[in-house]
Design a protein around this ligand. Structure first.
Ligand code: SF4
Length: 315
């Protein structure tokens, strides 16, 4: 996380005169919607040139409806471009059948049966790992892990970057050494841990909600004050970062999305290249429709969203 007390925390470099394009990264959730509308009201400036929404193809219907409203006449005074890096749902199912895939942060479950011999390792004189014996596992051992996430990069960052470069005239050309693009990201103060500077010389990141010390709750209050609808949570239907409260809401109020998440969860159990064990969408590594989603565990549940540190999903 960046130091919130220094000016450089608010954009990752001083805003240079050379900026030619201001782009708002639109997830169509609470925070990026608030940011987009605050800009429209002139409360954050200068006015962005456009917003870009990267469609993973697997958002709930409510997000697409909300996006359609945002793009309707007289809501935002600047254009919204929709880009895509493919359909994450279809790619996930193809991945479970052995095709190349961009991994989502799904959970793996590996069972080592009682009686299995496992190697005991040590280092030799050169510091190399060597097998020095074996150990018999006394009882069944279950290991749950999380798969390394590539999906944000492939389905969000890369398509948005491609569009930005096209808009600013950099497609197929060498990048300048000085920033010419400012990208606004809708991370709120309560999620400041997700702030990450741009790694590109030609672009700076800016987090206007954090500049104003606005939390997600403040965003909801701002929207209510201006009579705007409450935006839905924007994230893939089957994103493994969902909390139990989110899964429960989906199960109880969006039967279509829930049925699809359960179906995809079943379809991805095995078959991925390079992945050992079974794969699950729910953090407990059991089938989604058998997972315990009761209220009981919510307060001790670890929030996984800070792992999505680019601020491209869920805002
Ligand atoms: S919402 Fe989740 S699954 Fe979808 S791209 Fe973002 S991190 Fe990946």
């Amino acid at each position: 996380m960046l130091d919130l007390l220094t000016p450089t925390a608010l954009s990752d470099a001083p805003v240079p005169d050379s900026i030619r394009l201001r782009v708002l990264s639109l997830g169509a959730g609470v925070q990026s919607t608030t940011l987009a509308l605050m800009a429209a009201h002139g409360e954050v400036g200068p006015m962005p040139d456009c917003a870009i929404f990267s469609d993973t193809g697997w958002e709930p219907k409510a997000v697409y409806d909300h996006l359609a409203w945002l793009m309707s006449p007289n809501v935002l005074p600047y254009p919204v471009h929709i880009v895509s890096g493919g359909n994450i749902r279809d790619d996930l199912i193809a991945g479970a059948q052995g095709a190349r895939w961009a991994s989502i942060p799904a959970f793996t479950r590996n069972v080592t049966r009682a009686g299995t011999a496992i190697p005991v390792l040590d280092e030799d004189d050169n510091g190399e790992l060597i097998v020095v014996g074996q150990r018999i596992v006394a009882t069944d051992r279950i290991d749950v892990g999380m798969i390394r996430r590539q999906c944000t990069k492939d389905y969000k960052i890369v398509p948005i970057r491609r569009k930005v470069r096209e808009l600013v005239g950099l497609a197929g050309r060498r990048s300048p050494r000085a920033p010419i693009v400012e990208q606004w990201i809708g991370i709120s103060l309560d999620e400041a841990i997700r702030m990450k500077p741009s790694f590109e010389d030609w672009q700076v990141n800016r987090w206007p909600l954090i500049e104003r010390r606005m939390t997600r709750h403040d965003c909801l209050r701002w929207l209510a004050r201006h009579d705007y609808p409450v935006p839905p949570k924007s994230a893939c239907i089957g994103c493994p970062f969902h909390s139990d409260a989110h899964w429960r809401r989906m199960r109880d109020s969006d039967a279509e999305a829930w049925a699809d998440a359960v179906l995809v969860d079943r379809a991805i159990r095995t078959g991925f290249r390079g992945i050992r064990g079974q794969v699950f969408l729910h953090r407990s590594a059991v089938p989604l429709d058998e997972a315990d989603l009761s209220n009981a565990g919510d307060h001790r549940q670890l929030d996984l969203w800070p792992n999505e540190c680019e601020g491209m999903c869920g805002v």
